[in-house]
Design a protein around this ligand. Sequence first.
Ligand SMILES: NC(=O)c1ccc[n+]([C@@H]2O[C@H](COP(=O)([O-])OP(=O)(O)OC[C@H]3O[C@@H](n4cnc5c(N)ncnc54)[C@H](OP(=O)(O)O)[C@@H]3O)[C@@H](O)[C@H]2O)c1
Length: 308
Amino acid sequence: MKAVRFHEYGGSDVLVIEEVERPAAGPGQVVVRVAGTSFNPVDAAIRAGFMRDPLPLTLPHIPNLDVAGVIEELGPGVAGYAVGDAVIALLPMGIPGPAAEYVAIPAEALAPAPRTVDLAVAAALPATGLTAHQALFGHGGLTAGQRVLINGAGGSVGGFAVQLAAAAGAEVTATASPRSRERVERYGAHRVVDHTATPVTALTERFDLVLNLVRNDPAEVARLVELIDDGGTFVSTTTPGPENPGRGVRVAQVYVLGDATELTGLAELVDAGTLHIEVAERLPLAELPAVHARFERGELPGKTVLEP
Ligand SMILES: NC(=O)c1ccc[n+]([C@@H]2O[C@H](COP(=O)([O-])OP(=O)(O)OC[C@H]3O[C@@H](n4cnc5c(N)ncnc54)[C@H](OP(=O)(O)O)[C@@H]3O)[C@@H](O)[C@H]2O)c1
């Protein structure tokens, strides 16, 4: 089968498309024929070797974590799924990924794919949808009526976070540049602050929860924490918050976890029309090295799905 691999850590040019052996389904695994795999910023960090200490890989490695596809083969001991089922998953880090025609996945990571969107598009849901959900509700404890600031709402995690927070009855303030404003408003943000015109540090109102999705400096993070009411919560997927902010403010750092039950719930929200999956571009899998290069130049227009 065709797969993208890297044989050493490095720049986007270490990614090569090659002919490799098709995986077989081991005990508790399924083999999925990949319809789509989406690019996430962490894929570039893994390829560059920035995560080699916490996450040592066996090289060569097939990258990517997000997949949507159709079950082709069931391994011994797999129950609840059948050949031909359309599924999505966030793969555990470290195993050969879905930047390939086929991928072997632990069955416990699978969720039924949403039925109302093209299967390849559904590959844009797992990592970013789970991150948004875990950040808001698992770490942030968000409830109806609370005021939440989502900093970085124009991105993929932010888009899901705005929709989930608004659907939960929160009052959502979002930062987004003009290119994302209309979409973020449509997703239910009550107020959109253009971060290219007004720095988030200039805000004066107070929030119960601040969700930070931007790779900002500690000074900006400290200012974001000041915007939180006593007893509120700061949650970040990027720059960590201060250890002891005082005033009863809680600080949490997100490390997204694969959770099939939670992912099934998100797919159901897609089918219910509550959660929209935004994909900026769909490209052939062979474009993955170019996608990494464009990401590093800051040129990706949004979520990118690669199709074998
Ligand atoms: N810890 C974890 O488990 C975890 C999991 C997932 C993601 N992450 C991290 O979370 C971050 C967001 O992920 P993502 O997938 O949503 O990334 P993304 O889709 O690349 O989103 C980036 C967006 O942030 C917005 N932005 C850039 N600079 C900004 C600023 N100064 N203020 C406000 N918004 C700004 C831009 O949108 P506009 O120009 O449209 O405003 C940009 O499109 C990434 O750094 C990613 O690595 C961490």
